[in-house]
Design a protein around this ligand. Structure first.
Ligand code: ZN
Length: 130
């Protein structure tokens, strides 16, 4: 069975902490041990695991990605969101996590972030347990 988390991003580029939402889905599904596969079915968004304690890390990640891949450049893709496609490819669209004793095995400072690169939009994250 595949579960979904529904999101609504508020700005063009942002990281949304979904750790608690994923943990809630695990709890509802009653999974005690296993693998949690998270998948983002979008071409201009991604998923990453990084520091959740200090929000300045999120801002630095966004700023660094914007410096590497500017919004405006001489891109072939004329939809105006070529940078978002490239950022999605760099960050990736899936993450696999270990579930132990009903909880995500994450480091003390780690959080799971949905990465919006072409918002605001309605988005989904698919979750499959193995
Ligand atoms: Zn596009």
């Amino acid at each position: 069975m595949i579960k979904h988390i529904n999101l609504k991003s508020k700005t063009r580029i942002e990281l949304i902490d979904i750790t608690e939402m994923v943990q809630e889905v695990i709890k509802e599904a009653g999974v005690i041990k296993g693998i949690c596969c998270l998948y983002v079915p979008h071409t201009t968004a991604g998923i990453t695991i990084n520091e959740g304690a200090d929000p300045s890390v999120q801002r630095d990640i966004i700023n660094a990605l914007n410096r590497l891949i500017p919004h405006e450049m001489n891109y072939s893709h004329r939809e105006g969101n070529a940078d978002a496609h490239i950022k999605s490819t760099l960050v990736g669209t899936s993450a696999n996590l270990i579930i132990d004793e009903g909880k995500l095995l994450l480091g003390t400072w780690q959080s799971i972030f949905f990465c919006e690169f072409d918002g605001p939009r309605h988005r989904r994250v698919a979750i499959k347990f193995i």
